[in-house]
Design a protein around this ligand. Structure first.
Ligand SMILES: Cc1cc2nc3c(=O)[nH]c(=O)nc-3n(C[C@H](O)[C@H](O)[C@H](O)COP(=O)(O)OP(=O)(O)OC[C@H]3O[C@@H](n4cnc5c(N)ncnc54)[C@H](O)[C@@H]3O)c2cc1C
Length: 422
């Protein structure tokens, strides 16, 4: 029996980071309780990409079959110029990722990915103790009278005592505030429009049909703004993320509903295909103010530690926020899963040592991409586009470094990994 089987972990936050951590810890034999503030677990209606560094973690947790059922696989990453849509650069994804990184680059609907993780946490036949999940459980305080047994206190007055408390409670983390860690939250001045556009509308219009003929992950570069899109659920939806300067209303409220007209108007003078695509958005398009956290090496205090956006929220300009949280989860489980209760403090310190610098570099590169992506037309933009032609990474980070992820030492990893023929 692993030493860790005798102890328990409470996780505040049931997002993608919290649930990946819960599953990874469960599989190490640790008893896990998740406290989620919302009345129901779930995710926003939008897409998400996992590059090989995150897909590898998810597959190593035994989710290969479930992910195969819900994923969409892009064949290339394509970078286009705003005015005429001309291709600046193209990188092969698809089989190349499996061959070179032993893990795929996949797209999903967030709700599908969240459900796969939730089901695995609750699966009575899965390895390790079933995860206990409480909704309507906002953590508002942490009682550390006994520093080795932190107690998460919810708004309704319930007390959850365990050996470790993990704050996976997102960019506005309460656990972070309760620990009185530095205020690292910053507003970027930009906002993201998010929309899911029905694939059948895209397929029916000759101006947008090309989007379903070959699945790709596409980024359009323009002055002050950029546009990302990819298909999810095998072509059922085109997921769109459109980054533009933030309106006062969205800056004030963090989020607001948006219309197709607003999306189209946000890209004046862009290639006609952009308007053809965005005009098909319907229903629940939305705008989100873009915040991030400054790099911060302090993720733990005694038996309490942070994970995911709570410690390294980054701009989504590399599509890596949740993926880095998944790497956190894998490393946290390796460290906590191999120690007796009297070495928890050491395990959490080693977790932070292995992860904080790595995630910090991704945070910095995502921030640098705000400038790099949004250059006005001119010599600097031309030099950027020239550099992109032989593109092997984002800002100063190579894809090779990013997609190999934080080195893991789990001997099960190879057995679970993609096993794509070399
Ligand atoms: C437009 C956009 C596109 C993105 N695209 C990608 C992508 O393609 N790939 C990628 O890897 N990342 C992407 N990201 C980043 C990714 O969405 C986040 O990094 C990720 O969701 C963070 O996960 P988390 O679990 O740390 O936090 P969250 O998802 O925020 O989850 C936190 C959870 O904690 C709960 N909570 C909050 N406070 C409390 C409390 N006090 N008590 C209990 N529960 C609490 C919340 O309700 C929530 O369920 C994108 C982000 C944006 C904005």
């Amino acid at each position: 029996m692993p030493a860790s089987q005798s102890y328990s972990v409470t996780i505040a936050g049931g997002g993608l980071g919290g649930l990946t951590a819960a599953l990874a810890l469960r599989q190490k034999g640790i008893r896990v309780t998740v406290l989620e503030q919302a009345p129901q677990l779930g995710e926003v209606g939008a897409g998400i990409q996992t590059a090989p560094n995150a897909s590898r973690v998810l597959i190593s947790l035994g989710l290969r079959a479930q992910l195969t059922a819900i994923h969409t696989e892009p064949q290339d990453q394509v970078r286009r110029r705003w005015r005429d849509g001309s291709v600046i650069a193209m990188t092969a994804l698809g089989d190349r990722c499996k061959r070179e990184y032993n893990a795929p680059y996949w797209h999903y609907h967030r709700a599908d990915l969240h459900k796969v993780l939730l089901d695995a946490c609750l699966d009575a036949d899965g390895p390790g103790p079933v995860v206990e999940i409480h909704t309507d459980s906002k953590v508002v305080d942490v009682d550390r009278a006994d520093p080795t047994r932190p107690v998460a206190v919810t708004a309704t007055g319930n007390r959850h005592e365990s050996d470790v408390l993990i704050g996976a409670d997102g960019i506005k983390s309460s656990i972070r505030d309760i620990l009185e860690l530095p205020d690292t939250l910053r507003f970027s001045g930009e906002m993201a429009y998010r929309a899911l556009i029905p694939g059948d509308k895209i397929a029916a219009d000759p101006a947008t049909r090309w989007l379903v003929d070959r699945f790709q992950s596409t980024i359009w570069y323009g002055p002050d703004r950029h546009l990302v899109h990819y298909m999810i659920r095998g072509g059922q939806y085109l997921n769109v993320v459109a980054i533009v300067p933030c309106s006062e209303e969205v800056a004030r409220n963090w989020t607001a509903p948006a219309t197709a007209d607003e999306l189209v108007e946000a890209f004046p003078g862009w290639d006609d295909r952009v308007a053809s695509m965005l005009s098909k958005a319907e229903g629940d398009a939305s705008a989100w103010a873009m915040h991030y956290r400054l790099r911060d090496p302090v993720w733990t205090d005694g038996h309490v530690a942070l994970l995911g956006d709570a410690c390294h929220a980054m701009l989504p300009y590399q599509a890596q926020g949740a993926s880095q949280a998944m790497e956190d989860a894998a490393v946290l489980a390796e460290e906590l899963g191999s120690v007796p209760v009297d070495d928890i403090r050491g395990a959490l310190t080693r977790y932070v040592t292995r992860r904080a610098k790595h995630a910090g570099m991704v945070q910095d590169a995502s921030l640098e991409n705000m400038r790099f992506y949004h250059l006005p037309d001119g010599p600097e933009q031309q030099a950027r586009d020239e550099k992109l032609k032989d593109f092997r990474g984002e800002s100063d980070l190579s894809y090779d470094w990013l997609w190999r992820g934080t080195p893991l030492r789990d001997p099960d990893l190879e057995a679970f990994s993609y096993q794509f023929p070399k």
